[in-house]
Design a protein around this ligand. Structure first.
Ligand code: ADP
Ligand code: ADP
Length: 234
């Protein structure tokens, strides 16, 4: 069945008596193991959707189910478990991804410790290796390039072996070559670890290399959600 299911999802923000409808009946179906890009204009609801799927934000109405868990109805305890071990997240703002005074390895081990699990230095190093940043294990973020920081952030998102990784604009501020490396790390997580990946992006380089692109406009998925084929152009 579907790994990620949104049915008629609504999120209304109320600020100072004004209502903003960020999601207005959004439908989404993603299978286990898919690598999906979400694209759409600024303000179309992409961040809101990621916040809901990451368990950070509670939608106003509708259905959102990930890995069999109901995001609208789960207990506080389940929400914590969901956020710790079912879903991993990388932020658009790179500074939010990594703690500056910890090395890459320590950044990866931190969520493992917070989940009350045994920290295996070797596992952290293997993960960094898989994403092409093994050489960064002992470095702090300041000692890495922007692309290396994003790949380490993906390793942090994968630290507790989640089923789903959500990445918000991971290549937003990077040149093409570096973007390729960062996208390659997401693809490695998808292919080698079997993780379902959703990436919000404006980057054509990413949008044309995923399994499927889902368009969002005005808080809804657009009808033409494209499946990539070898004959398809830019
Ligand atoms: P995108 O990520 O596609 O740019 P967002 O999900 O950030 O879109 O925003 C969708 C709409 O919801 C926008 O009109 C935005 O201003 C509004 N919005 C998002 N978050 C909040 C919030 N916390 N409070 C009020 N309005 C919000
Ligand atoms: P994006 O590049 O995704 O559009 P934004 O700068 O619009 O990013 O939003 C950054 C954060 O601020 C998001 O978490 C979003 O939910 C929140 N946000 C967006 N619009 C508003 C708003 N009008 N009021 C409060 N928070 C907002």
């Amino acid at each position: 069945g579907a790994h990620i299911l949104c049915d008629n999802l609504v999120r209304i923000y109320k600020t100072g008596g004004v209502e903003v409808v960020a999601l207005q009946g959004l439908d989404l179906l993603i299978d286990r193991g898919e690598l999906v890009a979400i694209v759409g204009p600024s303000g179309s609801g992409k961040s809101t959707l990621l916040n809901v799927l990451s368990g950070l934000d509670l939608p106003t109405a509708g259905v959102a189910r990930v890995a069999g868990m109901d995001l609208l109805a789960m207990s506080a305890k389940d929400r914590l478990r969901y956020r710790r071990s079912i879903v991993g997240f990388t932020w658009q703002q790179t500074a939010r991804n990594l703690l500056p005074y910890l090395t890459a390895r320590e950044n990866v081990l931190l969520p493992v410790r917070l989940a009350g699990r045994r920290e295996h230095r070797g596992h952290a190093d293997e993960l960094l290796e898989l994403l092409g940043v093994g050489a960064c294990a002992g470095r702090t973020p300041m000692e890495m390039s922007g692309g290396q920081q994003q790949r380490v952030a993906i390793a942090v998102a994968l630290a507790n072996r989640p089923e789903v990784v959500l990445a918000d604009e991971p290549t937003g501020e990077l040149d093409s070559e570096t973007s390729e490396e960062v996208f390659g790390a997401l693809r490695a997580a998808n292919r080698e670890l079997g993780v379902t990946v959703i990436v919000v992006t404006h980057d054509p380089l990413v949008a044309t290399q995923v399994d499927r692109t889902v368009g969002i406009r005005d808080g809804r998925t657009s009808s033409e959600t494209l499946r990539r084929t070898s004959t398809e152009g830019e």
